[in-house]
Structure formats: structure tokens, C-alpha cells
Design a protein around this ligand. Structure first.
Ligand SMILES: [Zn+2]
Length: 314
């Protein structure tokens, strides 16, 4: 690929090539396989993503992932860091998405500290619900440690979102997802986040299912290409094709459209798209130039977790 310098950089990867990062018994061989497959797909770096579970399980998985990475030079190269998505999310159905209700909790500094400690300094991004972070204490703590803070699976008011940004929040995780199918037509979290685009990195899943391509085109124009990032949110079956899979506590089905859903079809679970496919989608279905597609998949994701505060354009 032409100017794909350093390769794609994916801020949200839950698993790949049949292997789930969110399992208790991940092995070094598993991790190596994932990294080989990602590198083979032109992915230069990812944030391996650990999602909501009971804290004991999350800390175990973070610690295991960190330890295995330390033993494998390829994993050190491909896994640039960790993304902790949850458990401090909005528990309301629709906002919660597939995150288990019994493990979602209000943000607590001591608990965040436990998770960061387990990750051993590898945490680069944390997704939380600002309206569940009382006093924005966890947001501030993360920003002070130069860990990027993202809003996601959340429904803050505009004032709450603005206050979180003032406290150091700089990213919005998979905008257009982690919210209900039906919302107020104007006063909703998508519009609020877009309205603050000059202070946020806006992340989108560019598989055409999590956000339809016409909507994605609109969001990219509203957010501005210098503020937008594409992620896969890939789950273990990414690159395996259609079938029925069990992932942690969830059963899911991947249809012929290569979209992962709950078995009853009620909601999407993660995604099975790859970064090269996302980049191709941006060109073929959204009408971006190749260069702009690479900005969203190669350049901007690295900037978004570079620890740099955004300032308004003017
Ligand atoms: Zn999510």
C-alpha cells in the first residue's frame, strides 16, 4: 500500500483470527497468531481492547495480556498498548450495548487504579461514561497520567460532555454505536458529540453496518477529516467468515453480510471487519480519496492516543 507508512493503527481490537483477547486462558501462541494475522493485513499497531467484566476477571486478563506481550517481540511491535472499555459505562439498555449489566459500575478512582496497575503501564485509552464519573475524578486521573480518555456507551448532556472535555477527555468511542436504535431526533448523543468535534477525536466503525455509509459520510463531513478516526472494534471471528460463535458470555452469529449479531438478531456485537476493508470502504462507499482514507486509518488514530490535547481550530 502506497503511503501507508507504519501501517494501519486500530484503537479497538477485541480479538482477531479466531482468538479473543477477552478470555482467561489466552496463550502466548494465541497472541503470536493474532499479531501475525494483523501484520499480514497491513496493521502496524493496535490497542488490544479489554471490555467490561467483573474487576477480578478484567485485571486477570490485563495482567495476562501484558505478561504474554513481554515475551514476544512481534506482540510488542503490533500491540502498541491497551484500551480498557468499561466497566464504568452507562447501564441503560441501548447505551450499554453488549456490555454485561451485572459488571457495569460507577467510576471509582481506586478501581481504575487496579486496572491500570494490572495493565502495567500499557493502557493508552480508557472508554467510560462521563455521566457515571462523579466529579470527573477518573477522567482527571487518567488525563494526568497521559492516558487518553474516551466517552462511549454513554449519554451525557452537552454540559456534562463539555465538562468532561475540560477535565481531559479527548476521544469519543465508536460514535453512532453504544446508543439506542431510537433516540430524540435532535437532542441525542451523536449530535452532541458532533457539535464538540473541534475538541474531540471521533471514532467510527467503517463496516457499513454499525454506521451506514451515507450516515458515515455525513458524520465525517460534520466532524472534519482532521478529527475523525476509523476503528474496527473487531472481535475474535474477524477474518473467519460466517458462522455461529461463542465469545466469553455471548453467543453470536455472523451472517452472510459479515456482520456479527446476537442470535436473536436484536443487536450488533462488535464487528468482524478488517482495517484494509475499512480503508477500501471509505474509498468505494464514502467517496474519500485514498489519501484521506489513510488519514483516518493510519495517521489520525496514532495522533488520537499520542497524549496531545486538542485545541479548537480558531
Ligand atoms: Zn463498545
Amino acid at each position: 500500500m502506497d503511503s501507508n507508512s507504519g501501517g494501519y493503527f486500530d484503537l479497538q481490537v477485541n480479538g482477531y483470527a479466531g482468538i479473543d483477547f477477552n478470555q482467561d486462558d489466552l496463550t502466548g501462541a494465541d497472541l503470536h497468531t493474532v499479531c501475525e494475522r494483523l501484520a499480514g493485513d497491513g496493521v502496524g499497531g493496535i490497542l488490544a481492547t479489554i471490555v467490561t467484566e467483573h474487576l477480578d476477571k478484567m485485571t486477570l486478563r490485563l495482567r495476562n495480556l501484558r505478561t504474554l506481550r513481554e515475551q514476544d517481540p512481534l506482540a510488542q511491535q503490533v500491540i502498541a498498548g491497551l484500551h480498557i472499555e468499561g466497566p464504568f459505562l452507562n447501564e441503560t439498555p441501548g447505551y450499554r450495548g453488549a456490555h454485561p449489566l451485572d459488571a457495569i459500575r460507577p467510576a471509582e478512582v481506586a478501581e481504575m487504579d487496579r486496572l491500570l496497575d494490572a495493565a502495567g503501564g500499557l493502557t493508552r485509552l480508557v472508554t467510560l461514561a462521563p455521566e457515571r464519573d462523579a466529579g470527573l475524578k477518573v477522567t482527571r486521573m487518567l488525563a494526568e497520567r497521559n492516558i487518553a480518555v474516551a466517552a462511549g456507551h454513554c449519554d451525557p448532556s452537552l454540559d456534562e460532555l463539555r465538562a468532561a472535555i475540560d477535565a481531559g477527555l479527548t476521544v469519543f468511542t465508536h460514535l453512532g454505536n453504544g446508543c439506542p436504535m431510537q433516540m430524540h431526533r435532535h437532542d441525542n448523543i451523536i449530535q452532541r458529540a458532533l457539535s464538540l468535534h473541534d475538541r474531540l477525536w471521533l471514532c467510527f466503525i467503517a463496516d457499513g453496518a454499525h454506521v451506514t455509509f451515507p450516515a458515515l459520510g455525513n458524520y465525517l463531513r460534520a466532524g472534519g477529516l482532521d478529527r475523525c478516526v476509523v476503528v474496527t472494534d473487531a472481535i475474535a471471528p474477524a477474518s473467519l467468515g460466517p458462522g455461529r460463535y461463542t465469545l466469553g458470555r455471548w453467543d453470536l452469529v455472523i451472517g452472510p453480510d459479515l456482520v456479527a449479531r446476537a442470535p436473536d438478531g436484536s443487536h450488533l456485537i462488535g464487528a468482524v471487519v478488517t482495517m484494509p476493508q475499512c480503508a477500501a470502504n471509505l474509498v468505494e462507499h464514502v467517496g474519500l480519496s485514498r489519501e484521506d482514507a489513510l488519514r483516518l486509518t493510519v495517521t489520525n488514530p496514532r495522533l488520537a492516543v499520542g497524549g496531545r490535547r486538542l485545541s479548537p481550530h480558531h
